[in-house]
Design a protein around this ligand. Structure first.
Ligand code: MG
Length: 274
């Protein structure tokens, strides 16, 4: 058998084999029972992503795009140059308020590095102005672990240390679920945070114990559902760029029946207990 004939006959065999599989699959699909949830879902909104994942998607609130800090209270006391903002005197506080949200921040520790421990490249991202995920030059810089970069300050260290060297850009992508309070002020559900540092998961649905002060244990105090984000001045000129926030809410479906199994042949529905 010549090579050409062998090739064409195996190609023909491949065609019939694939057709056979497809026919078998469609027959079994038609006959298979199917599970249906009984929930009518709205179509998820289309969000055009940024050209790169670090750039703001179409539905983001852009808090700093390199031009100015006009969306921040006290922005005039920080320095903006060459598309970056340098931490200056006092915290900056966003004029917008957020509840559950996704936050993207890029930061870079001063180079050459100065100081050590908590004194080196210290800033912080405060969700709702209350709950700090630490920003610190934690590249070859030892400090208490629940105070290093990516820590929820004094509550938990990050699972791993993904900090880049000073002068390089770090990214935080933070997924925040705010705490819920009952009308009497008691805590209904705690805050949760998931965070990715330079593409590395560092906090996985961590349950916050409360706020994050230096001088006392964490506690929850009732507050508004939406509050500003703030960035810390800790005396170190940490650089920032590309800061944006997306408000998030779960997609909500409407239950139209109990879940059921639909018989593939008869179409008969067998309802299941929810
Ligand atoms: Mg800090």
């Amino acid at each position: 058998m010549s090579r050409a004939i062998a090739d064409s006959s195996s190609a023909r065999f491949g065609f019939w084999a694939i057709l056979g599989v497809l026919l078998a699959a469609s027959v079994s699909d038609a006959q298979a029972a199917e599970y249906l949830t009984g929930i009518k879902w709205p179509e998820p909104k289309i969000v055009t992503p940024g050209e790169e994942n670090r750039l703001p998607p179409a539905d983001a609130t852009v808090l700093f795009d390199g031009k100015d800090l006009s969306r921040w209270e006290n922005g005039e006391n920080w320095t903006v140059r060459d598309g970056i903002a340098l931490a200056g005197k006092g915290y900056i506080v966003s004029k917008d308020k957020f509840g559950d949200c996704q936050v993207h921040v890029e930061w870079s520790a001063p180079t050459p590095p100065e100081g050590e421990g908590q004194g080196r490249g210290n800033s912080g991202l405060f969700l709702m102005g209350i709950y700090e995920i630490q920003i610190l030059d934690s590249y070859v810089n030892k400090t208490y672990f629940d105070g290093q970069a990516g820590a929820i300050y004094k509550q938990t260290p990050p699972m791993v240390n993904a900090t880049r060297p000073p002068g390089e850009w770090n990214t935080y992508d933070v997924f925040w679920t705010r705490p819920r309070f009952a009308e009497d002020g008691s805590l209904q559900s705690p805050a949760y945070i998931t965070a990715v540092h330079n593409g590395v998961l560092i906090l996985n649905h961590f349950e916050l114990l409360g706020d994050t002060p230096y001088h006392r244990p964490p506690e929850y105090k009732q507050h508004d559902d939406q509050l500003p984000i703030s960035l810390q001045d800790h005396g170190n000129p940490v650089a920032f760029r590309n800061i944006w926030v997306r408000e998030i809410e779960p997609i909500v479906g409407k239950r139209t029946s109990a879940p059921y199994i639909r018989d593939g042949e008869t179409g008969k529905k067998t309802f299941l207990k929810e």
